[in-house]
Ligand binder design. Structure first.
Ligand code: SF4
Ligand code: SF4
Length: 219
């Protein structure tokens, strides 16, 4: 964000000092009025190697896009990842794990959670292959959602007040998701999962009743 963008080079240096293997840089998603002018995307990024993994010395830095691009992709679906709340509810991503307000290009938007099951009531495998979840993932693979952020009807459209629905009849709508635009990069879940298993050497059981908030799984 504007407030700390100038510290980015220091962050990379600090990460190297700490022997970190990876740094993920993300655009801020403002959650309150005071932060809404802190966004940096839509900068002229022609001189910045944003939007793809960048090797800085021997540190891998995962950088965000700084402008809206035409390609959209749900990284959670691509990585076969899901998120689980501390109550056991299964959401397709952490953006849809809970309810909150955020600001997209200065517009206030209400985000409603979207759950496809609860691991206290069904197994994760059954939830994963439930037709509702399969259909949702298929829709995301082709990204069958309109693009609100650059729509010419945006100013008079009330669909964008929430993620509840959109003009294509989706419910919920991923039409304004910043993660799908890589403005907010998503960690590579499959890689994290592999490292987690290697480091912990534990057996994962499908009993998440004592799970912590935001536990992530990969099938
Ligand atoms: S497109 Fe965005 S909001 Fe929709 S499931 Fe993927 S990460 Fe979540
Ligand atoms: S929901 Fe509204 S802003 Fe979004 S694409 Fe449709 S008409 Fe445009």
């Amino acid at each position: 964000m504007k407030k700390n963008f100038h510290k980015l080079t220091k962050l990379i240096r600090l990460s190297l000092d700490l022997k970190a293997r990876k740094v993920i840089v993300t655009n801020v998603l403002p959650y309150n009025e005071e932060m809404k002018d802190e966004i940096l995307y839509d900068l002229d990024d022609t001189l910045i190697n944003h939007g793809k993994d960048t090797i800085l010395v021997d540190l891998l830095a995962q950088m965000p896009y700084m402008k809206i691009r035409t390609d959209r992709q749900c990284k959670f679906v691509e990585d076969k990842a899901a998120t689980i709340t501390f109550r056991g509810e299964v959401a397709p991503c952490y953006a849809l794990m809970h309810s909150y307000h955020c600001f997209i290009y200065g517009r206030k938007k209400e985000i409603l959670p979207f759950y496809l099951g609860n691991v206290n009531e069904s197994t994760l495998g059954d939830i994963w292959i439930d037709p509702a979840y399969v259909n949702f993932r298929n829709k995301l693979k082709e990204f069958r959602f309109p693009s609100c952020s650059d729509c010419k009807y945006l100013d008079g459209c009330s669909y964008t007040d929430t993620n509840e629905s959109d003009c294509w009849g989706n419910n919920p709508s991923c039409a304004e998701c910043l993660w799908s635009r890589s403005l907010s990069p998503v960690p590579k879940w499959s890689k994290i999962w592999q490292e987690f298993l290697i480091n912990c050497r534990i057996t994962i059981k499908s009993n998440f009743s004592q799970g912590s908030a935001g536990a992530s799984i990969v099938h």
